[in-house]
Design a protein around this ligand. Sequence first.
Ligand SMILES: [Zn+2]
Length: 468
Amino acid sequence: MLKPLLTLTGGLIATLAVTAAQAKPLSQEDLSVAEVLRDRALESSDAYSIVESLTVEVGPRRAGTEGDRRAVAWAQEKMKKLGFDRVYTEQIDVQRWHRGHAHAEVTAPFPQPLVVTSLGYSAPTPEGGLTAEIVEFSDVEALIEAPAKKVKGKIAFINKRMERARTGEGYGPAVQGRSRGMRAAAEKGAAALLLRSVGTDSDRFAHTGMMSIDGVENPVPALALSAPDANLLEAMLERGKPVEVKLDVHNERLADGPSFNVIGEITGREKPEEAMIIGAHLDSWDEGTGALDDGAGVAIVMETARLIAELPQRPRRTLRVILYGAEEIGLVGARQYVDAHRGELDNIIAVSESDFGAGKIWRFDTRLPENKFDIADQMMQLLAPLGIERGNNQSSGGPDSSVFVAQGVPAFGLYQDGTDYFDYHHTPNDTLDKVDPDNLKQNVAAWVVMSFLAAEMKEDLGRVPTEN
Ligand SMILES: [Zn+2]
């Protein structure tokens, strides 16, 4: 492109062009390769067939279960087939739990069944179940502040609605009841916890999910109610008479056991010891097939690496795909990875994770040192045509990435549209039909630009100062 200009006006233009090129961290050649990758992704990437394979051939894969073991085998085989240079696993230790049946019914004053599901690692009821009066709280804070005598022997009902938002920002406030509610109920001597599902739908599905359980001395049964069933209880309570509910829950805590992070690499041609880490989590909750959470993410990052592996040469640094184990029960795989590799964190150029469903990417966030923003600006040249806007510099890089970010590792965040993500999240309704193949192509197009350029760029990104 510069050639005609050079011959026309000679030295001055050439000097200016070279100076301008040197000021930019990513070369024109890097950007051209990334552009080709992006356009190939839009045309020919097939992340959909990967998430289809995972949901059909494995399905539910809660950490420490038989499904989890099959997912680990599936992931290794798939990575080898897709042309990764190196595929391996790293063992992690996980707490294990068996989900038995969970029944709930109103026994008075208006007897009828309720749709519920156990929250993760919920205790069982005594044999034969338990029946107790409901006491309602607007949120977990209200439960924590309540006098114990108001709660003792009763079923605490946290009735907080979650707000819908493209960013998913309603989740943070709503999930407090799930993570902290059972502990608060148990400490006040409640018989059990009932929680309005953390979700945005009005389907008659309850949303499961993890609670904080460590150190709770006498854990009590903890169940989520579907939104319509929470409405029903609310309406009964408004009538002013005591509402009694019977719960019958058969769960069981099992001995701790192994799970695995599954790791695949495209080996760097110049600095193989340095790596750009892209990830997703392999485990899922057990009632759906984990298509959105996080089968889509698994597919997006695997397909991204496959496209980069098709290039005539390897990128300068290693591209490392980590499929984290046991994310859902507390970022277990990521925490144990960072612990095991503490001495090598300086070799990780940056991290990013896809774990917010399968919606279109609309925003590009970062966590970079301030003198590295020009790299993101250059990436934006190729992301903007995909309908992506520049966001903020507070990205966590995704749940598992946040463990690296806490150690100063830079992060990129390709933010998906999460408007309806929490309609399906952690329910039996998280299934393949919610995944749009064209949206996945747009995702892969953005991921391949970001991943290739981060692995290929000449300079590195330094470290981001951490708060503590
Ligand atoms: Zn997830």
